[in-house]
Design a protein around this ligand. Structure first.
Ligand code: MGD
Ligand code: MGD
Ligand code: SF4
Ligand code: MO
Length: 678
């Protein structure tokens, strides 16, 4: 078989590498060795040829004139963005010699890797890099910025990241999109919901912002930020009070239903309405609809867990399907994340055995504190697959840390991101279409291999190549640091502890392109909770100091400024990815601040005005969009924009670096701000 890369022209199957649940199958059109067009692959069983606007315009990013072509070293001040070209040899040599000196004087824990999922390929994210830093004995990172709080909360109820198979959700008769902007962030769940709608399903959206997803709903329910668990508890109150629960299911498949029945009496509709802002009539209507419609499906988003109480919000909502026995109905139940189903052999991939002694760990949400206040200090930062200057909370503290003259920073990326501007050495990264990697979705149940479609762009190198070079330069001779990408994929797929991966091999994926894990419905069966059942009452939570039953806890105090600020993602970027690409910026136009008409009138603000959003952590300037899309006391922005000359757009300058109730999660949406007209 001739490899794809040797064929100058043609149409080749591929996979979207972005951190998006849909993980679409793609078709890459190639002429004379260059990608000319990217479209959806109609053969993908779930994504069926439909892809988002961002990736339809992906060639603009791949061949953006601003893409990094060669390694560089810093010549100006940190943050200024002045660099000079160097060779790979000099780049790798400089890093290795700086690190050797540092290790000799302060130990390897003075080095901290910082990475996330800018590319979801598991070899490039969790393969060679993790091996290398384990061998080095560097400080370790806790990967908490995305779904950590909600995953822990969901896990207490359901035993891990296991939910409904999305392909089954076409059978649902009631679909609740709860704290998810699915039209932008999970478009194929929307397409599946549309099919269900044609068969009579109703669609409810529960959110703090009537955005594109709220407008698409049959019924939009606005609520106050951070009050979702109260709303769910109010629904439970009514379901028990009106005998809308499935007693047989509760007896057979849950623990703690009697305790829960007593416990939710306190959440009567008047109390819940006052907490959430949802009128009592709407609460009754929602609970009755949920209690009387089957199958019902809840898509639990990431937004509602980026709060101080985010873990408990998800923990609480995830109890609802059990009350009406939905887990036995095809298409019923819930999805928070389905990452558990296709879990690969992470020990074989990451090789924790290469780490000789347990090293210190830092929560990635506390990067600013980590760089500013840690003893002994972090002296070197290696960033890949992530853009912390824009995406991490309390951005001004992060920048302060990145400005430290004594911090040796390396950034490996495709673009000169805001973070890269602070680097001492910048390394150019390949795009996913230039790499070999393994992909599995955290929503649908398919796996895929990416084979390189085009040659590496200019001098760019993949993550795994760079770590192999660094290992050699450091004099590390261990075999795992020399494995090829294909070998790592084989090691990851060989996971006897996960029967869903049985029979899924490198050959099968190379031949068929798409393979579905051998997943089964969750119930009947034994869950991975301690009791093997759905835990409405959780003894582990109790041992860890949490309320064992789902409970509403208010957001933490964040001063007395008038607005809760929700800086959410936008439609045409993927977190900060695309924020430097002209085409995507044009599609998105300008960053806006959505506010309620009453709040705006009080401050003399009209749509189109530039407003200053500020608090003790920082400030930001956006364009006001006034209307009824948010409740009074709430302001919402969309998108992780880069600053432009004369314009402050880093929304994370305002976000708190507190830690959520569970999982070390981020609380991007629990900060308070002032808003004024400029
Ligand atoms: N187009 C696009 N797609 C993306 C991304 C992107 O940046 N752009 N990012 C990707 C990533 S990494 C992730 S994690 C997912 C995130 O995608 P989602 O799961 O959709 O999460 P968010 O967009 O963060 O927030 C979803 C919604 O939560 C709402 N929200 C905020 N606070 C609350 C609350 O207290 N209660 C309720 N009910 N709603 C609240 C926000 O208004 C927003 O509409 O999307 C992925 N897909
Ligand atoms: N205010 C606010 N902040 C947020 C969020 C929010 O909703 N609101 N969402 C949070 C969430 S859910 C997440 S997941 C994080 C995401 O935060 P990040 O993971 O940092 O995501 P991106 O901003 O997309 O940055 C990824 C970077 O990786 C680079 N990259 C892509 N492919 C490769 C590769 O193969 N190799 C290398 N070396 N680099 C590559 C891209 O060019 C890009 O610069 O942001 C969080 N920050
Ligand atoms: S970003 Fe999401 S919707 Fe868009 S092509 Fe990639 S996986 Fe599909
Ligand atoms: Mo995320």
């Amino acid at each position: 078989m001739t490899s794809i890369i040797n064929q100058p022209s043609g149409v080749f199957p591929s996979v979207c590498s972005l951190d998006c649940p849909d993980q679409c199958g793609l078709l890459i059109h190639k002429e004379a060795g260059k990608i000319t067009k990217i479209e959806g692959d109609p053969n993908h069983p779930v994504t069926e040829g439909a892809i988002c606007n961002k990736v339809r315009n992906m060639t603009e990013r791949i061949y953006d004139p601003k893409r990094l072509r060669y390694p560089m070293k810093r010549t100006g001040k940190k943050g200024e963005g002045e660099f000079a070209r160097i060779s790979w040899e000099e780049a790798i040599g400089t890093i290795a010699s700086r690190w050797k000196t540092l290790i000799a004087s302060e130990g390897a824990e003075a080095i901290l890797p910082y990475s996330f999922y800018g590319n979801m390929g598991i070899i490039g994210t969790e393969g060679m890099g993790r091996r290398f830093f384990n061998r080095l004995g560097a400080s370790r990172l806790q990967y908490t910025i995305c779904e950590a709080a909600g995953s822990e909360g969901y896990g207490y109820t359901m035993g891990g990241s296991f939910g409904t198979d999305p392909e089954d959700t076409v059978n649902a008769k009631l679909i609740i999109m709860w704290g998810i902007n699915a039209v932008s962030t999970n478009m194929h769940q929307v397409m599946l919901a549309e099919k269900a709608r044609k068969n009579g399903a109703q669609i409810i959206v529960i959110d703090v912002h009537k955005n594109q997803t709220g407008r698409w709903a049959d019924w939009f329910i606005p609520l106050k930020p951070g009050t979702d668990s109260a709303l769910a508890l109010g629904m439970m109150h009514i379901l028990f009070a009106e005998q809308l629960v499935d007693e047989e299911f509760l007896r057979e498949y849950t623990v703690g239903h009697e305790e829960l029945r007593q416990h939710v009496r306190q959440y009567d509709p008047a109390v819940v309405s006052a907490i959430t802002g949802v009128p009592q009539d709407d609460l009754y209507r929602l609970a009755r609809l949920y209690g009387q419609t089957s199958p019902s499906f809840i898509r639990i988003g990431n937004g509602l867990q980026h709060h101080d109480n985010g873990g408990m919000n998800v923990r609480t909502i995830s109890c609802l399907p059990a009350l009406t026995g939905q887990w036995l109905k095809r298409g019923g139940g819930a999805i928070k994340g389905n990452g558990g189903y296709l879990s690969h052999n992470s020990a074989a991939l990451e090789r924790p055995d290469l780490l000789k002694k347990k090293t210190r760990r830092f929560n990635m949400n506390l990067l600013g504190q980590t760089l500013m206040d840690t003893e002994p200090p972090v002296r070197s930062l290696y960033v890949y697959n992530s853009n912390p200057a824009i995406v991490a909370p309390h951005a001004n503290k992060v920048r302060q840390g990145l400005e430290r003259e004594d911090l040796f920073t390396v950034v490996h990326d495709l673009f000169l991101t805001e973070t890269a501007k602070y680097a001492d050495i910048v390394l150019p990264a390949t795009s996913s279409f230039e790499n070999t990697d393994l992909y599995h979705s955290y929503w649908h149940h398919y796996l895929q291999i990416q084979q390189p479609v085009v040659e590496p762009y200019e001098e760019s190198r993949s993550n795994t190549d760079v770590f192999r070079m660094l290992a050699e330069a450091m004099g590390f001779a261990e075999q795992p640091l020399q494995d090829t990408d294909e070998e790592m994929i084989r090691q990851a797929l060989d996971n006897p502890s996960n029967p869903s991966l049985e029979g899924i091999t490198y050959e099968l994926l190379a031949e068929r392109q798409y393979a579905k894990g051998r997943t089964k419905p969750l119930l009947p069966g034994k869950l991975r909770t301690p009791s093997g059942k759905i835990e409405l009452y959780s003894a582990i939570m109790e041992r860890r100091g949490y309320p064992p039953l789902p409970t509403y806890t208010p957001l933490a105090e964040d001063g007395d400024l008038p607005f809760l600020f929700i800086p959410a993602p936008n439609h045409n970027f993927l977190n900060s990815t695309f924020a430097l690409n002209e085409k995507h910026i044009r599609l998105e136009k300008t960053p806006r601040l959505h506010m309620n008409a009453a709040d705006a009138a009080e401050r003399g603000i009209a749509s189109g005005d530039t407003v200053r959003i500020s608090n003790g952590r920082g400030e930001c300037e956006l364009t006001a969009a006034v209307g009824e899309d948010v409740l009074p006391g709430v302001v919402v922005s969309q998108g992780l924009w880069a600053d432009v000359p004369g314009g402050k757009r880093t929304v994370n300058a305002l976000t708190p670096d507190r830690i959520a109730d569970m999982g070390g999660g981020a609380v991007f949406f629990s900060g308070r701000v002032q808003v004024e007209r400029i």
